[in-house]
Design a protein around this ligand. Structure first.
Ligand code: CTP
Ligand code: MG
Length: 592
C-alpha cells in the first residue's frame, strides 16, 4: 500500500474534487424524491381538497395557483435531475484523469525498476510475470481506485441519507427497510461465501492457461518434431476445462443473485403500498410521502449492493497491489556508489584476484579462487567443460552480477567503485545467447553506438565477417530483423551480435562462446581480423574448440569453478592434464 500512497500524492486535488462531486451527486439523488413528494402532497392532494371545498371565482384562482405550483416544483425537479447528471459527468472526468494518470505513473515506476534490475533480480521473476505485473496488475489497481472511491463515498451517503429521509417520511414503516436490508445482506453473504474462494482459483487457472498456451506456441517446432500435438492438446484441454468449470460454477451462483434481488426489490414497494395505503386511509400518511419512501428504500438497497460489490473487488486488487509491491520493493543487489570513478577510454587490464561467486539463492559457489590478469593488447581464452562457470566468470566484468568474494579490477579500480555507464561503455560484450531486436540490421548495429558513421558500421561488419551475407540481401543494411532475430541463421545472428559489440570501439571485448555457430574457415578469418583491427584491446574469448583458442596469449583451463591451469597452448600441453585431454580429444597429433 506504501507505493500506492506515494503514487496517489500528485492526484490528491483530483481525488478531493472527485469526492466533492460524488457527495453532491448523492445529495441531489436524495433530494429528488423529496421534491416529488412535495409536488404530490401539496400540488395535487392539498390543492385538490381546497379546490373541491371552494366555489366560483375562488376555485378558478385556486386552479391557476395549483398550475403555477406544479410548474414551479416540476422545474425544481428538473434542476435537481440536471444537477445529478452534471455531477455524474464531473465525477467521471475527475476519476478518469486520476485513474489513468496514476496507472501510467505506476507502470512507469515498475518499468523503470525492472530496467534497473541486474541479472540477479531477473532470476527471481519470470519475464511473463513481469509483463503481467506492469500491465494487468496495474490495471486492476486503477479499476479498484476509480470504482472504490466512487462506491465508498456514494454508497454510505445514499444509504445513511436514505435511512434518515425515509425515517422522516414514515418512521412507522422502518421495519420494512430493516427486513429488506437483512434479506439483501443474507443473500449476498450466501452467494459470496460460495463464490469468493473461487475467484482466487480463477486467477490461478488463467495463469496456468496462459502458461500452457505460451509454452506450446513458442515450442511449436519442438511439438511438431516430436509429434506431441495430442499430448499438448490434452494438456491445454484440461486447463481450459478446469477454467470453464470454475467459471461456470461462479456464474451459476452469481446468476442466482439477479432474480432474487429483483424479487426483493419489487416486493418491498408492494409491502410499502400495502401497509401505506391503510395509513393513508387513516390520514396518518400522505401519498407523496409514501412515493418518496418507496424510492428511498430502493436507494438503501442499492447502497448495500454497491458496498458488497466492492468487497469482491478489494481482495482481487490487493493481490495485484502485492504483486506490484514485490517488484518495487526488490532490493537492487548491483548498485552504483555515490562517488563512482570514471575511467578514460584507454588501454584496460582486467584483473581477477581471489574471486569467489555464488548465485543468489543457488546452492554453493560456482566460482572459487579465480586469479588471473587479462592484459590489454592480448587475447585471453577460457576453456572448460559445460557448466564449469565460464559464463558466470565473464558476467562479473560488466557487473551483471557482483562477486561474493575477492575483486574484479580494471586498471586497478574495482568495478564496484566505477560509474556503471562508464564501466559498460568500456566493454563490448557478445553474450552466449545471441539476441537481436526487431528493426533492421542497421538499427541493431547503430543502437550500440549512435554516434557511429556508415563507414564504422561497414568496418565492424567486415571484421565480424558479416559483410558478405549482408550485401547478398537486396535490402542490405536495411534488411528487416524480426522479433528476437529469428529470420537470420544462427551463425548470421552470431556475427551480427559480434559486429554490434565491435561498433562500440571499446577497449575490452568479451566473446562468450561466440564462434560456436561459425564454420572453421569463418572462425579463423574472424579471429585474424580481430587481432589485426583490435590490436590494443583486451580480448577475452570463451570457447569450447581448442582450435579457435590455441593461439591465444593466455589460456585459462577451468574445471568445476576453478582454474586448473593457465599459460599458452604449449605450456599447458606440458603442464595441464585437463587441457591435454581436451586437446587430444579434438585435434589430431599433427595439429597439436
Ligand atoms: N547457474 C546458476 N544460476 C544461473 C546460471 C548458472 O545456478 N542463473 C549455475 C549452473 O547450474 C552451472 C554453473 O552455474 O552449474 C555455471 O554455469 P555457467 O557459468 O553458465 O557455465 P558455462 O561454463 O558457461 O557453461 P556452458 O559451456 O554450457 O556455457
Ligand atoms: Mg556459458
Amino acid at each position: 500500500m506504501k507505493h500506492i500512497k506515494e503514487h496517489i500524492k500528485p492526484y490528491i486535488p483530483l481525488l478531493i474534487a472527485s469526492i466533492i462531486f460524488i457527495a453532491a451527486q448523492a445529495y441531489f439523488n436524495l433530494m429528488l424524491p423529496n421534491v416529488m413528494s412535495q409536488l404530490v402532497n401539496v400540488g395535487i392532494q392539498e390543492y385538490f381538497q381546497k379546490i373541491s371545498a371552494a366555489t366560483g371565482e375562488r376555485a378558478r384562482v385556486l386552479i391557476a395557483e395549483q398550475k403555477e405550483y406544479i410548474y414551479k416544483t416540476g422545474f425544481k425537479m428538473l434542476l435537481v435531475a440536471m444537477g445529478t447528471s452534471l455531477c455524474a459527468l464531473a465525477v467521471q472526468y475527475f476519476n478518469a484523469r486520476m485513474g489513468t494518470g496514476l496507472s501510467r505513473d505506476l507502470r512507469r515506476s515498475v518499468f523503470a525498476k525492472i530496467e534497473s534490475f541486474s541479472s540477479a533480480e531477473f532470476d527471481q521473476f519470470s519475464t511473463a510475470s513481469l509483463i503481467t505485473r506492469s500491465t494487468n496488475d496495474v490495471q486492476q489497481v486503477q479499476m479498484m481506485l476509480s470504482m472504490g472511491v466512487r462506491t465508498l463515498v456514494f454508497a454510505p451517503v445514499m444509504g445513511i441519507g436514505g435511512v434518515v429521509m425515509a425515517m422522516k417520511k414514515a418512521p412507522s414503516m422502518a421495519w420494512i427497510n430493516a427486513l429488506s436490508v437483512l434479506l439483501v445482506l443474507g443473500l449476498i453473504s450466501c452467494v459470496y461465501s460460495l463464490a469468493l474462494p473461487k475467484f482466487k482459483l480463477i486467477q490461478e487457472l488463467v495463469d496456468r492457461l496462459n502458461l500452457i498456451a505460451r509454452e506450446s506456441l513458442s515450442g511449436l517446432m519442438v511439438v511438431r518434431a516430436f509429434s506431441t500435438q495430442k499430448y499438448e492438446e490434452e494438456r491445454f484441454d484440461k486447463a481450459s476445462n478446469d477454467y470453464r468449470k470454475t467459471n461456470l460454477f461462479v456464474n451459476r451462483v452469481m446468476s442466482f443473485m439477479g432474480p432474487t434481488m429483483s424479487l426483493i426489490q419489487s416486493l418491498v414497494p408492494v409491502a410499502i403500498v400495502w401497509i401505506g395505503a391503510e395509513k393513508i386511509a387513516r390520514s396518518q400518511l400522505l401519498v407523496g410521502d409514501m412515493m418518496a419512501y418507496i424510492q428511498y428504500s430502493g436507494n438503501i438497497m442499492a447502497a448495500f449492493m454497491m458496498i458488497s460489490g466492492i468487497f469482491i473487488m478489494i481482495p482481487r486488487a490487493m493481490v495485484s497491489v502485492n504483486r506490484i509491491s514485490e517488484v518495487l520493493d526488490t532490493q537492487d543487489m548491483v548498485v552504483e556508489k555515490e562517488d563512482a570513478v570514471v575511467l578514460p577510454k584507454g588501454r584496460c587490464d582486467v584483473q581477477f584476484s581471489g574471486v569467489n561467486f555464488a548465485y543468489p539463492g543457488g546452492d554453493g559457489e560456482v566460482l572459487s579462487d579465480i586469479t588471473f590478469t587479462a592484459k590489454a593488447g592480448q587475447v585471453t581464452a577460457i576453456i572448460g567443460s559445460t557448466g564449469c562457470g565460464k559464463t558466470s566468470l565473464v558476467n562479473l566484468i560488466p557487473r551483471l552480477y557482483d562477486v561474493t568474494g575477492g575483486s574484479v579490477k580494471i586498471n586497478g579500480v574495482d568495478v564496484r567503485d566505477m560509474n556503471m555507464k562508464n564501466l559498460r561503455d568500456l566493454i563490448g560484450y557478445v553474450p552466449q545467447k545471441s539476441v537481436l531486436f526487431s528493426g533492421t540490421i542497421r538499427s541493431n548495429l547503430m543502437a550500440a553506438n549512435p554516434g557511429a558513421t556508415e563507414d564504422d558500421m561497414e568496418k565492424a561488419c567486415e571484421i565480424a565477417q558479416a559483410k558478405e551475407f549482408i550485401s547478398a540481401k537486396t535490402e542490405g543494411y536495411d534488411y528487416p530483423i524480426s522479433q528476437g532475430g529469428t529470420n537470420v541463421s544462427g551463425g548470421q545472428r552470431q556475427r551480427l551480435t559480434i559486429a554490434r559489440a565491435i561498433m562500440k570501439m571499446s577497449p575490452i571485448y568479451i566473446f562468450d562462446d561466440s564462434f560456436s555457430a561459425l564454420d572453421f574457415t569463418t572462425d579463423l578469418k574472424l579471429r585474424k581480423a580481430l587481432k589485426q583491427n583490435l590490436s590494443d584491446a583486451t580480448i577475452i574469448i570463451v570457447g569450447q574448440r581448442v582450435a579457435s583458442i590455441m593461439d591465444a596469449d593466455l589460456i585459462l583451463v577451468m574445471d568445476e569453478g576453478r582454474i586448473v591451469g593457465q599459460g599458452t597452448h604449449k605450456q599447458l600441453l606440458e603442464s595441464c592434464e585437463e587441457y591435454r585431454e581436451i586437446a587430444y580429444s579434438q585435434l589430431s597429433k599433427e595439429e597439436v
